[in-house]
Design a protein around this ligand. Structure first.
Ligand code: ZN
Length: 250
């Protein structure tokens, strides 16, 4: 990282947190359960995120302070406790007011290409954009059965940081081997009969397995721990957080 960028980020992190933003923080699902030092770190990350990323409203949606702080706060949960480059490939967050319809093209068995339209709550592109539906963002929670679309789409951005979306974020050296064994071991076991795992639908794609498992880790960690205890433990070593043990369900 350049000296100038590091210096600019340090200055941003040290600035007082605006009062109007502070009032919005309880709307971020995990915020009230975090210890004060993590809350402090999250505020600093939000400052940098909002200074560096551009927001655009789709179909006339007005992106106000609530939208920006809520999205930044959820995304920056993924950055706590580690040196971070703040999702370096991301430039723009596009926000639709509600679930939106998008065209998809994907490969089908036999080399064919399947095309169609589908309803989406969000998507994450390798070339600098995350798209989110505000109604899905504002329904994000922390508790049994909760979801968090922002965490999901930004987990894809974390995955991208090593250059490819394949289920492997930039890892500290001590996690490279455990990741191969545990993450890909759990991935390969998906779908073996009978498989009650909530992640069973991700068996075609390790990137989707990673993003959905990270989403569970931050929204319903008890479920992830119950079905994939080794993966849960691996995530506690990567994120340096233990949401199921240290935080209480709200
Ligand atoms: Zn996904």
């Amino acid at each position: 990282m350049s000296f100038l960028r590091r210096w600019r980020r340090e200055r941003l992190r040290a600035k007082p947190f605006p009062k109007t933003w502070e009032l919005l923080l309880p709307g971020i699902p995990l915020f009230s359960s975090l210890p004060p030092q993590d809350q402090h770190e999250l505020r600093a990350h939000i400052r940098v995120f909002l200074a560096e990323k551009r927001f655009e409203g789709a179909t006339g949606f007005q992106v106000d302070e609530r939208v920006r702080v809520t999205i930044a706060g959820n995304a920056c949960l993924l950055l706590l406790h580690r040196e971070t480059e703040y999702f370096p490939f991301l430039r723009t967050v596009v926000v639709y007011p509600t679930l939106y319809v998008a065209r998809y093209m994907r490969s089908a068995p036999g080399g064919a290409v399947e095309e169609g339209m589908e309803v989406r709550a969000g998507e994450s592109w390798p070339l600098g954009t995350v798209v989110l539906a505000w109604d899905a963002v504002s329904q994000a929670g922390f508790g049994q059965g909760a979801r968090n679309v922002v965490v999901h789409e930004f987990a894809h951005q974390l995955d991208l940081e090593d250059g490819a979306m394949q289920g492997v974020p930039v890892l500290p050296p001590e996690l490279v081997q455990p990741w191969k064994e545990i993450f890909f071991g759990e991935y390969q076991k998906l779908g073996s009969f009978p498989d009650p795992s909530p992640l069973v639908l991700c068996q075609e794609n390790p990137a989707e397995f990673f993003a959905t498992a990270v989403e569970l880790f931050f929204s319903d960690p008890w479920t992830l721990r119950m079905y994939h205890p080794a993966l849960y433990k691996l995530f506690t070593r990567f994120f340096l957080l233990d949401p199921a043990a240290n935080l209480h369900s709200s």
